[in-house]
Write a protein that binds this ligand. Structure first.
Ligand SMILES: *Cc1c(COP(=O)(O)O)cnc(C)c1O
Length: 391
């Protein structure tokens, strides 16, 4: 076999053997609370979806859909070009202005995904000789960009301000500190106040708030507003609580000018469809206005604690992300299958997404859930715990 093919085949087999291979499932109504597999008979099973990041329920919201349709009628299908050519139109400008006003920044630079925003941020801002200090549990997009960027990256212990301070004191030159606001696999909050206090003239702080935006803070303004800090760079993504897709980096005028010129994922990538930007303006207005969605999440979270406290692996979190730590990848997989057969869909999260021996179930709550859904989850997990032969 040619060397390329051999290597690819070996890596695929290794994934499989380690029990780490993942599967694509075609799902109908993946943005709703009850979803079903595509192509099954009328007796098709449905699952309660505890795996999405649709925290506020906007991904299937009728008025968000209507706004997107209205955007299509007004602006057509695609943007036709990258932003600095002719792809930047009125709804993009309106989206940027809306983000700035909501989150208290002078500039917002739009991207097609959080993944590309994070890459653009680290690639354009950092030069050789700079330092990058990241929480070791930061998202894969940040880790990959950190490895590939020009700066020297060090990872500090998760949420460990002392370790970050020590590493900061030991480096010379420009240093970018990066943390998430809410950690995507653990549902815990970064110690943002303490981290922000480490800033000096030679540092910048970036916070990726993919899971905090819309969910935490006044009018859903996110982790930083909730903590009372303002990072130099705030990354927000639109595919989770906002229910759509895309991302922005919020910053001051100078950084905004710089990113607009230098961030290659912005300069050389087709701007998001104007209709999407139009729908996002609408979604942001709903996020700000609909306090009931966040209140509902709180209620569901309290109820989850009440029902799940007895379950082995349960972790209390202040967010809608609820890990159940099962350690072994095999156990996580088997448990996810067990509950799937009983009408509950949740994710088994395995290495390399989480550290070795920290495989888990990741339960996410949505404002669309009802208490009865959570009761069912707890009952089925209780059955699993009492069926040791299944483990
Ligand atoms: C989901 C996520 C991203 C990627 O955002 P996309 O818009 O889905 O590409 C980046 N950072 C964090 C922390 C995330 O959870």
């Amino acid at each position: 076999m040619p060397a390329f093919r051999e290597r690819i085949s070996q890596q695929l087999v290794a994934r499989q053997t380690a029990g780490l291979a993942r599967r694509l499932t075609v799902v109908a109504a993946s943005n709703q609370v009850e979803m079903s597999p595509v192509g099954m008979s009328s007796a098709a099973q449905t699952w309660v979806n505890f795996a999405s990041n649709n925290y506020l329920g906007l991904a299937s919201d009728a008025s968000v859909i209507e706004a997107w349709q209205q955007g299509l009628d007004r602006y057509g299908a695609g943007s036709g070009a990258s932003p600095l050519v002719t792809g930047f139109s009125y709804p993009h400008q309106q989206l940027e202005a809306t983000l700035c006003e909501w989150l208290g920044y002078s500039r917002a630079v739009l991207f097609n995904s959080g993944f590309s925003a994070n890459q653009a941020l680290l690639f354009s801002l950092l030069e050789k000789g700079d330092h990058l200090l990241q929480d070791r549990l930061n998202h894969a997009s940040l880790m990959e960009a950190g490895v590939l960027c020009a700066a020297t990256m060090q990872r500090f212990l998760h949420n460990n301000v002392q370790d970050l301070a020590n590493k900061l004191a030991a480096v010379d030159g420009q240093t970018l500190m990066v943390t998430e606001g809410v950690f995507s696999m653990d549902g815990d909050l970064a110690p943002l106040v303490e981290i922000a206090a480490l800033r000096s003239a030679n540092t910048l702080l970036a916070v990726d708030d993919a899971h905090g935006i819309g969910v935490l803070g006044t009018q859903g303004a996110g982790s930083c507003q909730h903590a009372g800090i303002k990072p130099d760079l705030l990354v927000v993504t639109f595919g989770k609580a906002l229910g759509i897709a895309g991302a922005a980096i919020l910053c001051d005028r100078q950084l905004g000018d710089f990113l607009t010129q230098m961030a290659r994922h912005h300069v050389y990538s087709t701007a998001m469809p104007p209709a999407q930007a139009h729908a996002l303006v609408h979604a942001i207005a709903m996020v700000r206005r609909d306090e009931w969605r966040r209140e509902k999440l709180h209620e569901l979270s309290d109820y989850y604690d009440q029902c799940m406290r007895q379950v082995a692996g349960y972790v209390a979190t202040p967010t809608a992300i609820k890990p159940i730590i099962l350690n072994a990848s095999e156990a996580a997989l088997r448990c996810a299958d067990f509950v799937k057969q009983r009408g509950i869909w949740l994710s088994a999260i395995r290495p390399p997404t989480v550290p070795n021996q920290q495989a888990r179930l990741r339960v996410t709550l949505s404002a669309l859930h009802e208490k009865s859904h959570i009761k069912r989850l707890a009952d089925v997990l209780g059955q699993w715990m009492e069926a040791p032969h299944e483990h």
